[in-house]
Design a protein. Sequence first.
Length: 256
Amino acid sequence: MFVACSTLCFAQMPFDKAMRRMADLEFDRVEYVFSGPSVHEVLKPSWITENKEHALQRIRTASGLLPSSFDIRFETESLDDQKRQFEALCWLAKSMSVAVVSIMPSPSGTPSDVEQKRLKELMGIAARQGIVLTVSTTSDGTTAMPADAVALCRSIPGLGLTLDPSHYINGPFQSASFDEVYPYVQNARLRDTGRKPGEFQMKIGQGQIEYNRVVSQLQRSGYKRGLVVAIEDRPDSPFDTEAEVRKLKLVLESLI
């Protein structure tokens, strides 16, 4: 295992400066978050779809860090448009030697056959590029229940999960064990989180995330990929985000 930093940790900074700050904090791997609302223009899926070679050059020029994974958040609900964006992002992933990409699940309540059809089509695109596709565990999506997340993986051979324990701690099913998802985890994102409303992101040590247990469970499942520090840099954050990023990095490095 290794520790990586999400670009969300420096979402309020220009892209080049964000990359430099990660290097200053002695990260050597980064998870790129591709999202429409991103302040990092170079990471917007719609822009990359039309400018993928330029995007590749811009990212390589700005960052000397090794890419650990892609966190893809589509700007559209249209499956055809998602597939178009995903084709470009999988090309980018292969060009950057990224083995794992994650996407967000469809919203809770989406019929299972509809979600399976979407994931199978995206899975085919990823497989052609030799990339592992994962779905993030979120509290408001089709992976909100651990059992449903596992069922998705069983229904689509090769599909993995990106584990974000915060969504199980702070989501609607916070009393449910999520141990059953570990054998399917291909990527992991971490911060500290409490169980009450408004406690999704807390200072390290003040929440309920048991880092030692998460890492231990991942190790038992043979996990060898990244532990991504994913503390989002928000304008209204009540604490110093960079200080918490540094703190969590040290905690995770002490466990692997």
